[in-house]
Structures are given as C-alpha cells and as structure tokens.
Design a protein. Structure first.
Length: 278
C-alpha cells in the first residue's frame, strides 16, 4: 500500500494527475475467496447473506430468509414451476428464496447499477439456476410488451414510485397474482414517532385510469448522499394510504386481496404485506 501511495504522489508531477494509480488500485491481490467479491461493495450491502457467507457483507437485513416472503409462499400455496417477474431484487435475497422454492424462471429487474452487480456476485456465490438478473428500469419494461408471468414480486418498490397506481395498473395484465411489501401513508402513525413525523405532508389529488386517490410526497434528502442508498431513481417519490393501495388493486382487477404481516410501528413508516390475485 505504501508503494501505491508513492506512485500516486509521483503521478501528480507538474499538477497533472495520472490515472495509473487508480487503475492499479482496481486489482485484487489476495488469493481468490468469496470475501474478495463481496468487498468490492464494502459498506453498501443491505442484506445478510445465508451461511456460510453470513459474516461477509456487514448488512443486517435478513432478506435471504425473509419471513414476509416465506409467509407469502404459504398463502400462494408455493411457487414450484412458476414463471416469476421480480421488481427491484436489490441483492437477490428474495430471488434466492424463490429459486430454492422451485420457481422455473425468475426475471429480476434491478435499476440501481450497483445493486445489480451485487446481485450477480450473489448469484455466483450461491447459485440460482432459475434466476436471470437484468439491469434496467422495470417500469419502462412494463410500459413495453412484457411477458405474462404466474406471479409478480414487488417488495419494497411501490413507495419509491412517482405514480404508484400506474405500477399496479401495469402489473395487472402481466401477472395473475402479485406479492407486495410496502410502506404506506398514515398521518397518525407517522406523526406519533419523531423519526417519521417529518413525513406528514399535504396530500396531492391524483387520478390514474379513472381511479381517484391521494398521494403524499416523500423526499429522500440527505439519504441520496449515502453509499448504500437503494431508493427510487428520482429525488422524491409518492406514497399511498393503505386504503388507496387496496382500492387501486381492486380497481385494476385484483378481486382477491389477502393483507397480512402488518408492521404499523416499522421504524421507517407503517408497512404491510399482501398477496393479491385475480
């Protein structure tokens, strides 16, 4: 490392920085090991990998054993043989569970380029033969000519949308069933906690395909400066109330909605899971 420091110093001769030092820093000098790949994104991981890699990331979220999705699989009666569309896989935790549960094909679309690369690292470490990760905006995919699937997974994405009802409406003709975990807007629950009181905002009237509802602006603010930011692709998003989420699902054609796993005291705002079917 001292040699690289001297090289950096020499590379700035006459005030002209040289990229050679940064180029050499990109090489891994340790013997091959899983930690080498994981450390490429050190400090950016949100998830805790399953054993034997559970000490590598520094992330804490138990997404590779997520009880919310495990419960959804029970509600659905399993996913063996299903074709699945997953929106925003983050680091492949839910993808891993779906693969192990016997899904035949999982198209997982991730718009955050760093998260997408972490998904590829995890796929190499754990092996997910049914999974196919794609880098891109899943809403743009849904606005095109998406393939029909048996199930759509939309965990942790609805509250990052600028027009969340559009997302539900575009999923409806694609998937006969969807699983959603999301935060929702509840003025009383948000105001009761100092950490979320700032999210109490004036509602905005909205209408999408005849469904009249209210949306609530949420700005990311300083979170955009964090290396581990994994929110939406704009500086702000729009939240829906719980009742408007359920109403929108009915409006777009999901007649059977099974809410469960209620988390009204979630530290980032009230949340719940649901499975919806036609």
């Amino acid at each position: 490392m001292a040699a690289l420091t001297r090289l950096r110093s020499a590379a700035t001769t006459f005030g002209r920085p040289d990229r050679r030092a940064d180029t050499l820093d990109a090489y891994e000098r340790r013997a091959p090991a899983p930690a080498n790949a994981v450390d490429i994104f050190k400090g950016q991981w949100a998830s805790r990998l399953p054993p034997p890699y559970d000490t590598l990331t520094g992330g804490a979220a138990p997404l590779y054993e997520d009880p919310r999705l495990v419960a959804a699989l029970d509600v659905l009666g399993g996913v063996r043989g299903m074709r699945i569309l997953e929106l925003g896989p983050l680091e492949g935790g839910h993808t891993y569970l779906l693969d192990r549960a016997g899904a035949s094909h999982i198209r997982a679309i991730e718009g955050n380029t760093r998260a997408f690369l972490r998904c590829l690292i995890v796929k190499e470490l754990l092996g997910m033969p049914a999974a196919h990760f794609e880098c891109g905006d899943f809403l743009q995919y849904l606005r095109g000519t998406p393939e029909r699937v048996d199930l759509a997974i939309a965990s942790g994405v609805l509250y990052h949308m600028m027009n969340p009802v559009e997302l539900l409406a575009r999923l409806a003709p694609v998937a006969d069933a969807i699983y959603i975990w999301t935060h929702y807007y509840d003025e009383g629950l948000l105001a009761a906690r100092a950490t979320t009181a700032r999210r109490v905002v004036v509602p905005e009237e909205a209408d999408y395909q005849g469904y009249r509802h209210r949306v609530y602006r949420f700005e990311y603010g300083a979170a955009l400066e964090r290396d581990d930011f994994c929110g939406g692709n704009r500086p702000e998003a729009r939240w829906l109330s719980r009742s408007d989420i359920l109403g929108a699902l009915a409006h777009v054609g999901y007649s059977r909605v099974h809410p469960y796993y209620e988390q009204p005291d979630h530290p980032h705002g009230p949340a719940f899971s649901l499975v919806a079917r036609r």
